[in-house]
Design a protein around this ligand. Structure first.
Ligand code: ZN
Length: 298
């Protein structure tokens, strides 16, 4: 999900040089998104920093378990579609074998960029050889879902909620299309077509969330769970997560995502052609306003 006329590189103003913190607590690596001012909106600066952090945790034999968390009130409001640090027009040293996106014309630009920073990186993190836990509080919206879903386990606080509202942009869900794997198909349709918030309690009913805890105890509960995992044999953990991931592949997860990725980019292109904006005329402000209205907030 990207957008609008990309700001020129010179216009990018990062509020921090470290959008991700890397901390260790015994055998557990805590990878913490740290843009609380912008509800941990993911710009490329953050996705590359996340990739560095996952790489670091995988390289360190002393780390047995990886936790992905967000600083502040919310886990993640999604992809960055409107902060001063929005950096769609910036090149980064790529982690996958794609060409640079910034000099590509029209639809090819976002198609190339999102293969790397969204779909490609999410798949890479999902396949990390160590168990991963998402610690989710507050909003886990659109691009935020992708980060929670790549983790093996999800622990949510009571006030967490999940939402993919991008149909309002004319887009059939975010780039990592796990919706119909995380939820039964009819519920996935409801989730996407209405674009409403799903509470942690309802998400747990469908098995999208493993456990719900209070916000105050989220960190300690996740650490306790991580320590239990850390006591298991390393290779056994890796093989076990791979076995379940393989079942998902046999059910068609990868090919389903590839198919949806192309629909997603057809929708970006259609938005651009009809409204001059790949987000179908929406921006961060209009999406926040519509979401608040839908949720009955003023
Ligand atoms: Zn997109």
């Amino acid at each position: 999900m990207d957008d609008l006329v990309p700001p020129r590189k010179a216009d990018i103003a990062y509020e921090t040089e470290q959008p991700v913190r890397y901390e260790t607590d015994g055998p557990v690596a805590w990878i913490v998104m740290d843009r609380p001012k912008y509800n941990n909106a993911q710009n490329s600066q953050m996705t590359y920093a996340l990739d560095d952090a996952f790489q670091r945790a995988v390289n360190d034999d002393g780390i047995k378990v990886i936790v992905l968390a967000g600083e502040g009130k919310h886990f993640s409001a999604g992809h960055d579609i409107g902060t001063p640090g929005r950096d769609v027009a910036k090149s980064f040293e790529r982690r996958l074998l794609w060409a640079d996106h910034i000099n590509k014309p029209a639809a090819e630009m976002l198609y190339t960029r999102e293969q790397e920073v969204y779909l490609g990186m999410c798949r890479r993190w999902r396949d990390a050889p160590k168990p991963t836990i998402a610690a989710v509080q507050g909003a886990c919206v659109a691009g935020g879902l992708m980060l929670a879903w790549v983790c093996d386990l999800i622990v949510a606080s009571e006030d967490a909620f999940f939402q993919d509202p991008v149909v309002r942009m004319g887009i059939p869900g975010v780039e990592y299309f796990a919706h119909a794997f995380e939820l039964p198909p009819r519920i996935a349709k409801e989730f996407l077509l209405l674009g409403e918030r799903m509470t942690a309690q309802r998400a747990e009913q469908f098995g999208m969330v493993n456990r719900i805890v209070t916000r105050e105890t989220l960190k300690e509960e996740v650490q306790a769970m991580a320590l239990k995992l850390a006591a298991q044999p390393r290779l056994g953990l890796w093989l076990t997560k791979q076995a379940v991931n393989h079942v998902e592949e046999l059910r068609g997860k990868r090919t389903a995502m590839d198919a949806q990725y192309h629909m997603h980019h057809f929708a970006h292109a259609q938005g651009d052609l009809t409204t001059g904006n790949p987000l179908g005329g929406q921006d961060a402000k209009s999406m926040v306003a519509a979401n608040k209205k839908q949720a009955g907030e003023s």
